[in-house]
Design a protein around this ligand. Structure first.
Ligand code: NAD
Length: 485
């Protein structure tokens, strides 16, 4: 383990090293509120080194056969699976999420990302267009060079690998920055990349803050392609930095996702599904359905049963196997959650369950960042709490009278990431799904992910699509070659 006094290190040109400026930030464990390691507080000098290493590695890696690139990525997937327990524990300690969730969802999905793109590149097709008697065109898709990859804290390894895997699979080299709040799994991934035989400089990871490292990546003239996942406010800064240089940018941003339950839904399934979509990962999944709308005739029953189930969720030490709800990622995020619950009271909402910080689950966690799953009813649809992204275990439930009304509620928001619709009426499912302005609409399910489908947001939830061919196309430049007959 290449740690130095419990320090996480940057990974540049295949080597682990501290930041040029020698500064570190404390890495806090959310469940205890205490620092448990240190993360480099890097700056533009480290980014310059990483870009230089990526640039140097590009000619050889982009010229490496597809079969060999595939083989290395498959090996990375194997090694993540071999070290699943180590990764899951690191992810749980770093983020505060239940170990059971990291073990069953985050880490397996990270290895799936590598496996998926490792095999996808073996099966791509090249388009050809023949012009009668004139010419023959074919499309060559070539890697774009050095790409910048920036990710948030909520699903750290899963979201970073969702970028790294397609980027390097098609022959790019990368400079990646995980969130400074959750750097540990990216650090462990570097070791695995070395062991898997990924050549030096193909993947470089620079740790540090957004203003110091993230903006140095987005502004770097040699990084022409940026894939960013994070908040909408930060996404705007990334877009502004890239626009004058005409960078190719993909933005996966925030959400305030509607979860619509019609009276004809299978209520048992809708309650179980909504419990997950409301509170998975303490509500810190960009796809969480934080605005629940229930048809009036089912409203009372839904609220009663949903609140009953919410109260049964076990909040506890993330490392305990009985825990359903762990800690919030940081003190700042906890304060934000508390602010919005206070605002909900001011805006006339009723806190039906949760709403105030619980006693610590055990002595180890006495200073941890905990907040219970919270359900708010009675808020106007236009209230701030119903419009703004909270990104925590807080949801609102609002009744509606008709299909038309709820479609209006769903779409009356600046975000458009994802939605869920619960109904047993097939025609209604299609009709409503077509009219909702979100990049994904789940019908009678939530968070079902097929890696081949386009993924991304409408409106202020993002620009561009990731997943399957969309990602392979994003990370390549399409060139038309026209040969006269
Ligand atoms: P954030 O925007 O604060 O940070 C995201 C990343 O950007 C971090 O690595 C951060 O250090 C970096 N960053 C900050 N300032 C930067 C700058 N000026 N230039 C470049 N990089 C900068 O987001 P967060 O708080 O880490 O994550 C939560 C947000 O992410 C929520 O809004 C959530 O909805 C969103 N999210 C979206 C998706 C999606 O797929 N659409 C997935 C997960 C999370």
């Amino acid at each position: 383990m290449p740690t130095e006094l419990n320090k996480i290190l940057n990974f540049i040109d295949g080597q682990f090293d501290g930041p040029v400026g020698g500064k570190y930030l404390d890495n806090i464990e959310p469940a205890t509120g205490q620092p448990y390691s240190q993360v480099p507080d890097s700056d533009s000098r480290d980014v310059d080194q990483a870009v230089a290493a990526a640039e140097k590695a590009f000619p050889e890696w982009s010229g490496t056969s597809t079969a060999e690139r595939s083989r290395v990525l498959l090996r990375i997937a194997d090694l993540i699976e071999r070290d699943l327990e180590k990764f899951a524990r690191a992810e749980s300690v770093d983020t505060g999420k239940p170990l059971s969730l990291a073990r069953s969802l985050d880490i397996p999905r990270a290895s799936s990302n590598f496996r998926f793109f490792a095999t996808a590149i073996l099966h791509t097709e090249n388009e050809a267009h023949v012009m009668d008697g004139v010419a023959f065109n074919y499309t060559l898709r070539q890697p774009r060079g050095v790409v910048g990859l920036i990710s948030p804290w909520n699903l750290p390894l899963y979201l970073l690998s969702w970028k790294i895997a397609p980027a390097i699979a098609v022959g790019n080299t990368a400079v990646a920055k995980p969130s400074e709040l959750t750097p540990m799994t990216a650090f462990l991934l570097c070791e695995i990349c070395r062991e898997a035989g990924l050549p030096n400089g193909v993947l470089n990871i620079v740790h540090g803050t957004g203003p110091n490292v993230g903006s140095a990546i987005t502004a770097h003239p040699k990084v022409g392609t940026i894939s960013f996942t994070g908040g909408t406010v930060t996404g705007r800064k990334v877009a502004e930095a890239g626009a004058p240089l005409f960078k190719k940018i993909s933005l996966e941003l925030g959400g305030k996702n509607p979860n619509i339950i019609f009276a004809d839904a299978n209520l048992d399934a809708a309650i179980v599904g909504s419990l997950r979509s409301s509170f998975a990962n303490q509500g810190q999944v960009c796809l969480c359905g934080s605005r629940v709308f229930v048809e009036r005739s089912a409203y009372d029953e839904f609220v009663r049963r949903f609140v009953e189930k919410t109260a049964q969720l076990q909040l506890g030490d993330p490392l305990e196997s009985t825990t359903d709800q762990g800690a919030i990622v940081s003190r700042t995020q906890l304060e934000k959650v508390k602010f919005y619950v206070g605002l909900a009271r001011e805006e006339g909402g009723k806190i039906t369950v949760g709403g105030s910080a619980p006693p610590p689950p055990n002595d180890r966690c006495r200073d941890g960042f905990f907040f219970p799953p919270t359900v708010i009813t009675g808020l106007p649809v236009a209230s701030r709490v119903n419009r703004e992204e909270i990104f925590g275990p807080v949801i609102t439930i609002t009744p509606f009278e008709s299909e038309e009304e709820v479609i209006g509620y769903a779409n009356d928001n600046e975000y458009g990431l994802a939605s869920s619709v619960w109904t047993q009426n097939l025609n209604r499912a299609h009709r409503v799904a077509e009219q909702i302005h979100t990049g994904t609409v789940w019908v009678n399910c939530w968070l079902v992910r097929d890696l081949r489908v386009p993924f991304g947001g409408m409106k202020q939830s993002g620009v561009g699509r990731e997943g399957g061919n969309e990602a392979l196309h994003f990370f390549t430049e399409a060139k038309n070659i026209c040969i006269a007959k």
